[in-house]
Write a protein that binds this ligand. Structure first.
Ligand code: AMP
Length: 210
């Protein structure tokens, strides 16, 4: 089974994909996580991607397609999170899957309005040392600005800064939202309201995947 989680940045695609991948014994493939790992490891791809990511822009299709399409044969069940994000990527994915006799089984569009996305993303803080993630409103640390686990300073991810979040939303509407139409035509797309609690969204995504 290959399923795609679509939706704006901050919709909870990563959270849902992680939870469901465990439950369904599926491979969670997040293009954002893979790019962040490349960046942290200082690879050539990481260096090429860094500027785009920090500005809230998409990394060029050629780099992403090469990184992602080859991974489609890595597991029987795959949850795609953050890929595809452009029509060119969706088309390249279709071609790559067909070549291996594979196909997409379901596309879940997690719907969250822009104002909620901005609130979720700009409030996010994390500990640079241990990676623990907090939110100034929804999951605040015991002491403002400090990690509960090690007491170190919390930082805001560069791409969670307000001006970058706004840019990421513009990018989403221009380049990724057209995929909703593209996949609606496949008849495989289901919409899920992503504004509820992660548990409720999970139940709905799971039902939509069945
Ligand atoms: P994410 O964690 O999925 O929100 O991705 C973080 C950043 O990585 C995005 O803002 C883009 O700069 C880049 N990125 C992730 N996935 C893709 C993709 N499929 N196409 C182009 N850029 C991507």
């Amino acid at each position: 089974m290959i399923a795609i989680l679509l939706g704006p940045p901050g919709a909870g695609k990563g959270t849902q994909a992680k939870r469901l991948a465990q439950k369904m014994q599926a491979l969670h493939l997040s293009s954002g996580d893979l790019l962040r790992a490349e960046k942290a490891a200082g690879t050539e791809l990481g260096k090429q991607a860094a500027g785009y990511m920090d500005r809230g822009e998409l990394v060029p299709d050629s780099l992403i397609i090469e990184m992602m399409v080859g991974k489609m044969t890595q597991a029987k069940s795959i949850l795609l999170d953050g890929f595809p994000r452009t029509l060119a990527q969706a088309e390249a994915l279709d071609v790559g899957l067909t070549k291996h006799g594979l196909k997409i089984h379901r596309i879940i569009n997690i719907d969250v309005p822009d104002v909620e996305v901005e609130r979720r993303m700009t409030g996010r803080r994390s500990c640079a040392a241990c990676g623990a993630v907090y939110h100034v409103d929804f999951a605040p640390p015991k002491t403002a600005g400090k990690c509960d686990k090690d007491g170190l300073d919390l930082v805001q991810r560069n791409d969670d800064k307000p001006e970058v979040v706004r840019k990421r939303l513009i990018t989403y509407h221009q380049q990724t939202q057209p995929l909703v139409d593209y996949y609606s035509k496949h008849g495989l797309l289901k919409d899920v309201d992503g504004t509820q609690s992660p548990e409720k969204v999970e139940t709905k995504v799971e039902a939509a995947l069945a």
